[in-house]
Every structure is written in structure tokens, then in C-alpha cells.
Design a protein around this ligand. Structure first.
Ligand code: KG4
Ligand code: ZN
Length: 364
């Protein structure tokens, strides 16, 4: 089974082809035949963040050639596809419409199913495409920490389309906190990789930074207080440009605080998960899962609780078409396809029964 996936929900125009490779008793594994990503970062850089109108126009300009490239790198024709998937939300709606319309047209022309994929579900299931580092597959249920530019959630992944939310952020998403910290330090956008790089050179203990929500019951997060403290710390520095050393110490302090908060909240979620299930996998996914420091921290935590840590390879953590193709493939496997009247959804929670948080980020 081969599926084409299209991702246009933010500032990457991406298309990929994925094949179901093996179906073991305890779960599947796939192979990425092509994975083409065109970043729009340079177009948004002058504005310090993603401008929705510019993003949508750039997707329209690029989508045809990106899909063509993904198909030719995979070495297949449209007749080899079993389905076409596109991110159907949540995300910047102008961009989502571009991907959805393209996928619908391709599905109609090829007379194959269309799948409007939830972007969060695509992040959530990517780990089943690549499996564990020893090549074994990952089965349901598993505990998921989903950390991206717009979300920070702990979820029980019970199956395709079946999620129970344990906790979420009550204010900023984690990727947003990385991006804002980077912006205050003049490190550019996206901030996550820059903060991680600089943190390696810094002293995490020099500045006293808060650990919001640490030690509290439940699995919710909050990052706005940490962001405020970073701003105050920068303001307390001598006038003039921020020195390399000061920036490195702030990045190291920020990342260490974040690591402690994630470990504390995740420990509560693991306890909740183990009340319902036998020990299984603790999975981290979404753009922030590319962070090596946080991955190591959560791997240690997983071991302490008898859980097996897993995360997608770094290049499949940030937005890409392969994760969308794979989520489409998983849905196709269970016959859960969409009609051509599918409407893009700017807001699309994974667990519709979870209480809505007033200030939680809405970007995917
Ligand atoms: O999943 P993603 O590509 O897009 C959304 O769905 O939001 O996540 C993007 C976010 C950005 O906020 C970016 O700064 C963050 O992921 N990110 C990282 C790292 N790489 C990307 N954050 C921390 N460390 C990284 N290495
Ligand atoms: Zn994403």
C-alpha cells in the first residue's frame, strides 16, 4: 500500500510518498520513498513570524512542483497510489486549503480515496512509521507528549482516531516559548534549534528561572511565567548588545527549566497511563521532539518507570509530508476515508471530550 501525503498547514510546503512495509502482530512499519520539503522561512523572516497570507500564496506557487518531485523521487506514477492524504487542519486555513484542494483533485483524477488528515494525529502516529531504534514496531496504546509550535499536550494514544488527553498548556505552546526566547535574544526564527545549539555552551545555573507547574497535581503546563522571567533577566543585563556568553547562559537555563517541567508533568501522566495499562511506550513527537537534550531527559524518565522511550527520527519531528502520508495510510488501512466535500478545519482537537482551555495555543 502506497500513499502520497501533502503538508501545507504552516510555513513548509511538503509532499512525501510512504509505503506500508511490514505488518507485524504488534504493529506496522513503513518506508519513506520520498520526502520533499520546501521551507518558506526566508519569506517570513523580515516579519519575525509566519504571515498567513504570504504563506498561502507561497504554497500555491510551490505545491505542483513539490508533488511532482515527491512522485519522481519515489520512482512511481499516480497509478501506484492507494490514496492521497493532505493535512486538513488544524493550521493556517489558507495554507490548509491549498493542500486539501490539491489532494482532492489528485484523488479524483486517479479515482482513489482522499484523506483529510488531522495534523496532530500525523505527529502522533509518525513513530509507528519508523518504529523503535531496534527496528521493532510500536503498538497501541502508548503515552504521547506532543510538543510543537502550537501545542503542548500529554495524550493516551489508544488507536487511530482514539485519544484521551491527560493535560495541555494553559497558555503558550512549548515551541512558541522556544521561539519567543530566541526572538528576545535576537537568534531568529524558528528559535528551537538556535536555543538548543547555544544552550550547549551555557551555564544552566547562572540565572534563577522558575519551573512553572512543577510539583502540582495533574498534567497541565504553563510557560508564560518562564517567558516573562526570561524577558526580565534580559532587561537586567547591562545596556548594549547581549553577549554570546549571556545568551548561552539564558538558553541553558531556559532549556533546563523546560526539561524539568516536562519530566515532572510526564511522570504524572505515566502514573495515570499505568493505572489503565501495562507498561508500553512513552513517545515524544512534534517539532520540539527534535531537541536532543529533552529527548535524553525523557528517556531517563521512561526507564525509571519501566516504559520504553521512542521518538521519530529528528528529520520527521518537524512538519513534513511523510507523517501526513503515514496517518493517511493508517486510516486507509481501517477504511476510514473522507469524501470530496471534506471541509478544512482551523481547529481540530485530538480528544474532542477534553475540556477546552481558554488560552491554549491554536496553531498546530
Ligand atoms: O511541529 P512543528 O514543525 O510545527 C508545528 O506543527 O507547530 O514545530 C515547530 C516548532 C517551532 O516552534 C520550533 O522552534 C520547534 O518546533 N523546534 C524545536 C527544535 N526544532 C524545532 N524546539 C526545540 N528544540 C529543537 N531542536
Ligand atoms: Zn506540526
Amino acid at each position: 500500500m502506497i500513499v502520497l501525503g501533502i503538508e501545507t498547514s504552516c510555513d513548509e510546503t511538503a509532499a512525501a510518498v510512504v509505503r506500508l512495509e511490514k505488518k507485524y502482530d504488534n504493529g506496522p512499519l513503513g518506508r519513506v520513498l520520498s520526502n520533499v520539503i520546501l521551507s518558506q522561512i526566508d519569506k517570513h523572516k523580515p516579519y519575525g513570524g509566519v504571515v498567513p497570507e504570504i504563506a498561502a500564496r507561497a504554497h500555491v506557487e510551490a505545491i505542483d512542483s513539490i508533488v511532482k518531485k515527491a512522485m519522481s523521487e519515489a520512482g512511481i506514477g499516480f497509478d501506484a497510489l492507494a490514496g492521497v492524504a493532505a493535512t486538513g487542519g488544524p493550521g493556517l486555513i489558507g495554507g490548509v486549503m491549498v493542500g486539501v484542494m490539491t489532494a482532492k483533485a489528485l484523488a479524483l483524477a486517479s479515482q482513489i480515496p482522499f484523506l483529510g488528515v488531522n495534523h496532530l494525529e500525523a505527529h502522533a502516529l509518525t513513530v509507528r512509521l519508523t518504529g523503535n531504534s531496534d527496528g521493532t514496531s510500536i503498538s497501541f496504546p502508548y503515552l504521547l507528549l506532543l510538543v510543537s509550535g502550537g501545542h503542548c499536550q500529554l495524550l493516551n494514544v489508544k488507536g487511530v482516531g482514539c485519544y484521551q488527553r491527560f493535560g495541555t498548556t494553559i497558555d503558550d505552546a512549548l515551541g512558541e516559548a522556544f521561539d519567543k526566547t530566541a526572538r528576545m535574544l535576537g537568534l531568529g526564527y524558528p528559535g528551537g534549534p538556535a536555543v538548543e545549539r547555544l544552550a550547549r555552551e551555557g551555564d544552566p545555573c547562572r540565572f534563577a528561572l522558575p519551573r512553572p507547574m512543577k510539583g502540582r497535581d495533574g498534567c497541565d503546563f504553563s510557560f508564560s511565567g518562564l517567558k516573562t522571567k526570561i524577558r526580565q533577566t534580559i532587561e537586567s543585563l547591562p545596556d548594549g548588545p547581549i553577549s554570546h556568553l549571556d545568551a548561552a547562559d539564558i538558553c541553558a537555563g531556559f532549556q533546563t527549566a523546560v526539561g524539568e517541567v516536562l519530566a515532572d508533568r510526564s511522570a504524572n501522566a505515566i502514573r495515570g497511563f499505568l493505572d489503565q495499562h501495562e507498561p508500553s511506550s512513552f513517545v515524544m513527537a512534534g517539532g520540539v521532539a527534535a531537541n536532543q537534550f529533552i529527548r535524553e531527559k525523557l528517556e531517563i524518565l521512561s526507564k525509571e518507570h519501566g516504559m520504553c522511550f521512542a521518538a521519530p527520527p529528528i528529520e520527521l519531528c518537524t512538519d513534513n509530508g511523510a507523517m501526513v502520508a503515514w496517518a493517511g495510510l493508517e486510516r486507509l488501512q481501517i477504511g476510514d476515508t473522507d469524501n470530496l466535500d471534506f471541509k478544512p478545519r482551523p481547529r481540530w482537537p485530538l480528544d474532542p471530550d477534553a475540556p477546552r482551555r481558554a488560552y491554549a495555543g491554536v496553531k498546530a
